[in-house]
Design a protein around this ligand. Structure first.
Ligand code: ADP
Ligand code: MG
Length: 159
């Protein structure tokens, strides 16, 4: 399937979806690690992009807190065989700033890019394998997962 929309009644359901995606990554770890993986997270402020990232990153083995990269632009996690680079580009004034921060070191093999506000880094971030869009209504959410590459499609098929 290329695109699916799920209704999530609360934060726990959103975290479950994030964990299911991380489990898919684990199941395809060998193939995926070679190429790396890029996931864009779209949605308004407060929609749950960072919450989703927390569920995903913790399911891949991170034990501690997942800090929002709002001020630092990126937070990195070393979780063998992955380096997860969680971006929040909301405060990026110019995509070129990514060049100055050494964006290239954050991309490539064995890297998972999770990017909030990827539109603001246009031209510097890799094309996404999966785009996740979160829409909200009070404490419920709807989430759309769309695969844009074969890799992304295989991953969503595991969910
Ligand atoms: P974003 O990164 O998209 O700006 P955050 O993940 O930082 O959003 O914040 C989402 C906020 O909404 C959190 O305070 C979270 O507790 C709350 N929330 C309430 N219901 C949900 C839900 N169903 N899914 C995700 N977050 C929810
Ligand atoms: Mg956020």
């Amino acid at each position: 399937m290329h695109k699916q929309t799920l209704f999530l009644k609360d934060e726990a359901a959103l975290l479950d979806t994030a964990r299911a995606l991380a489990d898919g990554v684990k199941a395809h770890e060998e193939e995926l690690a070679e190429s790396g993986l890029t996931i864009y997270l779209l949605g308004e402020l407060g929609a749950g992009k960072t919450t989703f990232s927390r569920g995903f990153i913790q399911q891949l083995g991170h034990q501690g807190h997942v800090k929002s990269p709002t001020y630092t632009l990126v937070e990195s996690y070393e979780l063998e065989p992955w380096q997860i680079n969680h971006f929040d580009l909301y405060r990026l004034a110019d995509p070129e700033e990514l060049e100055f921060m050494g964006i290239r070191d954050y991309l490539g093999t064995h890297r998972i890019i999770l990017a909030e506000w990827p539109q603001r880094g246009k031209g510097y971030l890799p094309q996404p394998d999966i785009i996740i869009t979160i829409d909200y209504a009070d404490t419920a959410r709807s989430i759309t997962l769309e695969a844009l590459t074969e890799r992304g499609r295989e991953l969503l098929d595991t969910m």
